[in-house]
Design a binder for this molecule. Structure first.
Ligand SMILES: Nc1ncnc2c1ncn2[C@@H]1O[C@H](COP(=O)(O)OP(=O)(O)O)[C@@H](O)[C@H]1O
Ligand SMILES: [Mg+2]
Length: 456
């Protein structure tokens, strides 16, 4: 949305925090929970005069901070290139740092500051959606909104900083180390939990823009949904769907939504299926660089998903066979159902979690990289070490011990697909993390909200 469009929407003067002394610029912190009735955009958009008081009253308890443009310029070194984190339809995102010098009581932390592109297609409405939804919805798998700025035509949002950036970059950029299998599952489960939380609200929320670049990763790879610019309230009463202008991202949007503009929580489930497929295959949902029939990931992969014998053929070659075939098959079947043409045939997000989360414990058939023990002092104390000797790590995190015959019984060579013929050589690659180490880190209780990072 351009400046003009924003102006025509409304710019309440009370949204200008310029003259607010720092301590007053913050919503009063009260311990009571946000009122049970969640505020919607529609509650505000007709009432420009009282927008700010509506907003601040309704967001009491969310502890959102109102920042000035000058403050956000300062903390991002004037939105310098070196602080640049990423960019989407709303605008550019920069890293900054805040502490209690900016606002008393503010926890010292890195933040991400998203700045509305005044010449872009999005504007006040998307900004307001983020403030309203993320100001009220708090969950370990939703990115935490710390505050915002609304000054003249400027619209900015301040979030917790997510050190590992977005999933799209992690999964597809060649500079990124390959995400191992269990990490991928961990990320999918986390994102599914975020989406389930939205869908199971008293007043369900449809996220509408579920895609890899809107899934952000914390230092421990906890995944969180960000970018609520397109989120809308789900249907109310007897309504089965909400009719809207078709928004979202090509390749991820559900077919019925594209065709009719009818959107439901099941449209999000379709998009989840697309991301799950991206995690399995390591391919982008749309890729013009591939041969024609492979450019649309869903069209290309769907026939392989249902057939247990074919799933290995579409798995990401960068995994180098180091994944559970059983887990992959189950995840592929789930993706298949999420990608049903008919929304009613898709599973709910809570069913998705029930199916995916147990797969984190399916590790018995994950092939293990071999670590060669290089004799450091030939001839001394190496009686049991032959040229072929290696340590084989096992999924329970213990070393299985020395195995003297790499081709004997103890050698569990991967048989997944033709591309893994040269497995020994490829396993030397540093790019793939050890799934075994990952399994140790993950444990089974990883997704308990209590163990997630603070402040969400
Ligand atoms: N909290 C954050 N921490 C780290 N990087 C972020 C954060 N928020 C956004 N980014 C980066 O900026 C990109 C665009 O952010 P996003 O919120 O999706 O903006 P848009 O609404 O313009 O699509 C993300 O894909 C990510 O790379
Ligand atoms: Mg985005």
């Amino acid at each position: 949305m351009s400046f003009k469009k924003i102006k025509s929407f409304f710019i309440p003067s009370c949204l200008k925090p310029k003259n607010n002394p720092s301590s007053e610029a913050r919503f009063p912190a009260v311990s009571k929970q946000i009122s049970s009735r969640r505020l919607s955009i529609s509650d505000l958009s007709n009432s420009s005069v009282s927008l700010m008081s509506d907003l601040s009253n309704s967001l009491i308890g969310s502890n959102l901070h109102i920042f000035t443009l000058k403050e956000l310029k300062n903390i991002t070194q004037d939105f310098s290139k070196s602080n640049f984190l990423g960019e989407g339809g709303f605008g550019q995102v920069y890293k900054g740092f805040i502490d209690d010098k900016l606002r008393p009581g503010l926890e010292a932390q890195s933040v991400a500051v998203k700045v509305l592109d005044l010449d872009g297609k999005q504007g006040h409405r998307e900004w307001l959606a983020e403030v309203i939804f993320l100001g009220q919805l708090k969950h370990p798998h939703l990115v935490n909104l710390i505050g915002y700025c609304c000054e003249d035509e400027h619209r900015l949002l301040v979030y917790e900083f997510m050190p590992r950036g977005n999933l799209d970059n992690r999964l597809f950029e060649s500079y990124s180390a390959t995400l191992p299998w269990l990490r991928r599952l961990q990320i999918a489960v986390g994102a599914a939990k975020g989406l389930t939380f939205l869908h199971e609200e008293d007043k369900p929320v449809i996220y509408r823009d579920f895609k890899a670049s809107n899934i952000l990763l914390n230092s421990d790879f906890t995944s969180k949904l960000s970018d609520f610019g397109l989120a809308i309230d789900g249907p109310e009463g007897d309504e089965s769907h909400v009719t809207t202008r078709v928004m979202g991202t090509q390749g991820y949007a559900a077919p019925e939504y594209i065709m009719t503009g009818h959107v439901t929580t099941m449209s999000d489930v379709f998009s989840f299926g697309v991301v799950l497929l991206e995690l399995l295959t390591g391919r982008r949902c749309l890729d013009k660089t591939r041969p024609n029939r492979e450019q649309n990931l869903v069209d290309w992969a769907k026939p392989f998903l249902k057939d247990a014998h074919k799933v290995d053929r579409i798995m990401d070659p960068r995994l180098e066979g180091q994944y559970s075939s059983e887990g992959a098959r189950k995840a592929a079947t789930l993706a298949y159902h999420c990608l049903s043409q008919h929304p009613k045939c898709r599973p709910t997000m809570s069913f998705v979690i029930k199916t995916l989360e147990p797969l984190l414990d399916v590790t018995h058939d994950i092939s293990i990289p071999f670590v060669y023990v290089v004799p450091h002092d030939e001839g001394k104390g190496q009686e049991n070490v032959s040229g072929n000797e290696c340590y084989a790590a096992v999924p329970n995190g213990k070393h299985k011990g020395k195995e003297t015959d790499t081709k004997g019984k103890g050698y569990r060579r991967s048989r997944k697909g033709h591309r893994h013929k040269h497995r020994i050589r490829s396993l030397r690659s540093n790019a793939v993390y050890s799934d075994t180490a990952l399994y140790r880190t993950l444990g089974s209780g990883l997704y308990s909200p209590k163990t997630s990072s603070k402040g969400n």
